[in-house]
Write a protein that binds this ligand. Structure first.
Ligand code: PEP
Ligand code: MN
Length: 348
């Protein structure tokens, strides 16, 4: 249920509704819009209805959430609009566009530091890089693990870029949380529900990739597992889906962007690299995604892609990144979005 407070409701009235909802055994989620507070009560709908909250001071309206994905639904924020997340001082969502760039995987100190410096100098918002890699073959390189995390920490310390890195196993969470500003959940783990719940409980912002063959509703239900634990910082990431087409790696579902904007308040990031599978397609897909209203791009960049340990064909050469990014930002501007400002050192 959604409890929409009056614009004149006092803090005491908001807290009193939260207490009633909690006593009824439901979990309250408070959203503060510019005009009013809205409280989502997730639990037994009949129980909450029995509270007759319409009669409680400060309450304007009580409405059911009709979608199966409750906390992720646009309905949930009522008139508060899309969510704007704040990650290490960088805003993502609404008018704020994010550019997340870096190698597929952390390979060496030199590789990750040089990429981090290049993308930071071009104005990227965050650094990506996997230390734990979900590889199709168990015989392929699986990532540097803890050593990779140490290198990401060094790159963050040198450039100030927040780090986005993948969690595959909840047993690695403590180590990951020392470094990660955003935990990436890969396409193959989108429906690993215990992992999603752990990421939710960690409170760390999450980037949830779309499963290889998942519908938008399945994807939003997966996001719900994170949100349900009280973690409101979830970004969705479209990275291409399986279709009958074999001329490229996956089919980037651009239609998902405006449709998700109807369904959910969560920011939508697009990964053109894994969708395309080859770097020549990455600029066009990135610009199309940005013009279609994506809230950001996550792209693979490598100082010497042909020598990359994984995903060599799709990583952009670091030397090309600044020009690439400039063009993507022009497309984002078409959709009314600008790069989220990097906080000044004094503000961090
Ligand atoms: C990645 O981003 O490194 C990755 C493995 O992507 P996906 O889970 O989308 O395949
Ligand atoms: Mn990759």
């Amino acid at each position: 249920m959604m409890i929409v407070m009056k614009t004149t409701a006092t803090e005491g009235e908001v807290q009193s509704v939260i207490e009633r909802v909690t006593r009824a055994g439901a979990r309250p989620h408070l959203i503060r819009g510019e005009e009013r507070a809205v409280i989502g009560a997730i639990g037994d709908a009949e129980h909450v209805a029995g509270l007759e909250l319409e009669a409680v001071p400060g309450v304007e309206q009580v409405m059911p959430i009709t979608k199966p994905y409750k906390l992720a639904s646009s309905q949930f924020r009522h008139d508060a609009g899309p969510s704007v997340l704040e990650i290490a001082g960088r805003k993502v969502g609404g008018p704020h566009f994010a550019m997340i760039a870096g190698p597929c995987t952390v390979e060496s100190r030199e590789q990750v530091l040089s990429t981090a410096h290049t993308v930071a100098a071009a104005g990227a918002t965050m650094l990506r890089g996997g230390a734990y890699k979900p590889r199709t073959s168990p015989y392929a390189f699986q990532g540097l693990g803890q050593e990779g995390l140490r290198l990401l920490a060094e790159a963050k310390a040198q450039t100030g870029l927040p780090v986005v890195t993948e969690v595959m196993d909840a047993r690695d969470l403590d180590a990951l949380l020392e470094v990660a500003d955003v935990l990436q959940i890969g396409a193959r783990n989108m429906q690993n529900y215990p992992l999603l719940a752990e990421v939710g409980r960690s409170g760390c912002p999450a980037l949830l990739k779309r499963g290889l063959s998942s519908t938008l509703e399945e994807w939003l239900m997966a996001a719900e597992y994170i949100l349900k634990e009280g973690n409101q910082s979830v970004m969705l990431c479209e990275r291409g889906i399986r279709t009958f087409e074999t001329a490229y790696r996956f089919t980037l579902d651009l239609t998902a962007i405006p449709v998700l904007k109807e369904m959910t308040h969560l920011p939508v990031i697009v990964d053109p690299s894994h969708a395309a599978g080859r770097r020549g397609l990455v600029p066009a897909l990135s610009q199309a995604a940005a013009a279609a209203g994506a809230d950001g791009i996550i792209v693979e960049v490598h100082p010497n892609p042909d020598e990359a340990i994984c995903d060599a064909a799709q990583q952009l050469p670091a030397d090309d990144f600044a020009a690439y990014m400039e063009r993507v930002l022009m497309a984002a501007a078409v959709a009314g979005k600008t790069l989220s400002p990097v906080p000044s050192p004094a503000a961090v």
